[in-house]
Write a protein that binds this ligand. Sequence first.
Ligand SMILES: NC(=O)c1ccc[n+]([C@@H]2O[C@H](COP(=O)([O-])OP(=O)(O)OC[C@H]3O[C@@H](n4cnc5c(N)ncnc54)[C@H](OP(=O)(O)O)[C@@H]3O)[C@@H](O)[C@H]2O)c1
Length: 339
Amino acid sequence: MKKVHVAILGGSGYTAVELIKILLRHPHVHIEAITSRQEGSPAVSELHPSLKGRIEVKLEPLDAGRLVERGVQCAFGCLPHGVSMETMPDLLARGIRVVDLSADYRLRDPNVYAQWYGESHHDLPNLARAVYGLPEIYGDDIPNAQLLANPGCYPQTAILGLAPLVAGRHIDLKSIVVDSKSGVSGGGRTPKLAFHFPECNESIVAYGIGNHRHTPEIEQALGDIAGSPVEVIFTPHLVPMDRGISTSIYATPTRSFTEAQLNELYREYYRNAPFVRICDKPPATKDTAHTNFLDLHLRVVRGRIVVLAAEDNLIRGASGVAVQNFNRMFGFDERTALL
Ligand SMILES: NC(=O)c1ccc[n+]([C@@H]2O[C@H](COP(=O)([O-])OP(=O)(O)OC[C@H]3O[C@@H](n4cnc5c(N)ncnc54)[C@H](OP(=O)(O)O)[C@@H]3O)[C@@H](O)[C@H]2O)c1
């Protein structure tokens, strides 16, 4: 079978290196180009020594026309939000399919984007046709997507942690509290003071209380699943570990549940979802590290429902689910190349 030629944009970053490692295992993919602003076209393994001996590609400036000439069919955007919506229109206009890991195409309503991201959206035509790429929920829309908005890391734990309850209207849709903790790689490789070792080591701090940008993304997807508006209090925390997200979700049920009933509900809802695991014990981030699994554990405490979720923010939260989406877009088994 002819391999799909792909390009990775933003090659020096954390999601890019994870993506490269996954795609090197993919039997139907050829990495044609890795683009970057880095000067002097260094080998990708100079920036990511873990790739030494595994890939010879040199980083290059982004030139959409050249990518088309070289047969690139799909570009993975590992760029910051704001930069993505300036970059993608040219690629899309030239017929390249895009999996965008940034937040630029996740929120359908440009006014909501402007409100939460503090700038107006610059690419309304493509925003209107973007598909939100959470395979377990929007799987049927993904094969035909030309522009796929890869979901955020925290939102996946909240959305998949709540989907079966919200779909069946088994909880009060305004009672939801989502408390998340993320490892420091969630902030990317680009240096920022809060992520500097002495600032975050031996310390846990909440941030974005009431105004974190993943809130409207969670509410949009849960609203789609419920068929009516959903309100979430979302509080993320930065914890001193490299990678992983642990999320604790609390909600008030509209009927009484036993834990056995909850487990049955979730197992049935995710029966065709190879990367969602329903666990008998609270999931540890270590048990999902370097994998595309999202683990869930369900409890009833004093009549309330408690859902615990864990994932690797760089794999399931970003590059792993990007490949899961790519597999669906190009007609491969969605598990291909994923652990
Ligand atoms: N980290 C996570 O856990 C995670 C999870 C889900 C989604 N995401 C999203 O995925 C995207 C990439 O995240 P990341 O963690 O890989 O970030 P990162 O490590 O900071 O890498 C982003 C890369 O984008 C390029 N870049 C930065 N500023 C740019 C600019 N102004 N113009 C053009 N290129 C620029 C740089 O690559 P070059 O130096 O090679 O040009 C940079 O290394 C972000 O939108 C992020 O929100 C991240």
